[in-house]
Design a protein around this ligand. Sequence first.
Ligand SMILES: Nc1ncnc2c1ncn2[C@@H]1O[C@H](COP(=O)(O)OP(=O)(O)O)[C@@H](O)[C@H]1O
Ligand SMILES: N[C@@H](CC(=O)OP(=O)(O)O)C(=O)O
Length: 522
Amino acid sequence: MALQTNWIVQKFGGTSVGKFPEQIVDEIVKVYTTQFKNNVAVVCSARSSDTKAEGTTSRLLRACDLVCNSDPSFAEVLQKVRDDHISNAKQRISNPELQKKLIQDTIAELDLVEKYLNASQVLGEVSLRTMDLVMSCGEKLSCLFMAALCNEHGVPAQYVDLSSVIPHDYECRQGTLDTSFYTFLVMAFKEKLQPVLDLHAKGEPVVPVITGFFGLVPMGLLNGVGRGYTDLCAALIAVGLNADELQVWKEVDGIFTADPRKVPQARLLASVTPEEASELTYYGSEVIHPFTMEQVIRAKIPIRIKNVQNPRGDGTVIYPDNVAKKGESTPPHPPVTLSNSFFEQRRRGATAITSKSDIYVVSIHSNKKTLSHGFLAQIFTTLDKYKLVVDLISTSEVHVSMALPVPDNDSAKALKKAVEELKKLGSVELTKKLVIISLVGKQMKQFIGIAGTMFTTLAEQGINIEMISQGANEINISCVIDEDNAIKALQSIHSKLLDLNTEVELGKAVNEKLEQIKRLAL
Ligand SMILES: Nc1ncnc2c1ncn2[C@@H]1O[C@H](COP(=O)(O)OP(=O)(O)O)[C@@H](O)[C@H]1O
Ligand SMILES: N[C@@H](CC(=O)OP(=O)(O)O)C(=O)O
């Protein structure tokens, strides 16, 4: 039995769809379908013609906010989305029929959104469900456009809308995003893609262009998954199709040892483990949505991060170093033959460094002599009440320090109220304008002295450390410093711990292993 299905799922982010749609179709989708003979499924996010903050999803959410504040200017925001998509269709789709149909479909979707928002304005609220419905429009418009562009460029494609795959009453039946929910989604996606699979079976392959918005999830998509949900959707599609690889296409060559915009010496990593990718994303390097990994890794599908502007590059593979690939009950035999070259190749302890801005530190000095029973529970109950998240925590006998992300005005207001309540427990000190610097690496726990080098380097640079914390999984050492010192800290720690280049060799080994697995599976 052939274990490889030849399916590859390619996910494209909003800015890539906005800036490089022709390259996506001609240099990526067409190359994989015709040259490499893969079955390709495409998943797209909502278009952003420039930055994500000015992208379609952000605009649609802003329109919802305006409606909540009874501000009628939401119509102007919708008009911007309309103008942007119509001019894009006119500019990029020249076949009159395809263009006419695309513009008609675009207008119909936006008219629907306008209806929802007008109704919400009358009701005086935008429910979670309405917000999801409005948000879904972004991915629908983007995929309608990409499917039209594929067809225009000679790649037969079919638009697939996932926005109604979750039944209305699902919330009542289940309630949370647990494993059974993901299993349900995978089955639902499979069913939705069956007509495409049937065409493939008949020898009429077509590329499904699938909305990365996947339905009205219990509690709302933003609460349940958050921005970047299309990565998760692509992962679940990869599982449903039993794909050989999930490719997440971005505007960087892959995952680097640090954000290349901040550390020019940063190196591209050939591979990282899912845990490392999650930590990096959580602590400021937004490379992939953290929920993505679990689904695909469970199905033993590798994730490859690649660059839309450099499709021939190898990118970065996210794959655990101790698991056999899909279809294998045990690792390729004999495992020893691979162990020297593959992921076991030692790095120098740390894999990458990252920074997360907009951090406040709250320090509470208990008014008792020792931390009394219930002290921490009271702190967390208060933070929970104001929906505040704690990124790092460190405690001593009568003292607790916590680093919290405060990215916007709403969370700043919430924190102010929480601090007032926390004052009942002791003296509270609040420090603002901080960043978390995190050193991440699965090998770090086996190396002595990494934390020492990290903190000595900061001391040598005259950088004061506000707080220190080591992640319980031992693959993350973090500290909090003043935001003005962030770049200096990243660059100096990088040059001490991450400048050495072992990646070229490691890259070869990663590809060698995946090739071997492919051969074994055929
Ligand atoms: N360690 C890292 N490796 C790669 N990119 C990183 C890292 N840390 C931060 N980044 C930044 O993350 C961004 C991700 O790429 P981009 O394609 O812009 O994202 P999106 O798919 O959300 O549009 C890049 O701009 C890059 O500078
Ligand atoms: N469009 C959504 C979902 C998404 O995944 O976006 P992107 O792939 O562009 O990060 C958002 O902006 O959150």
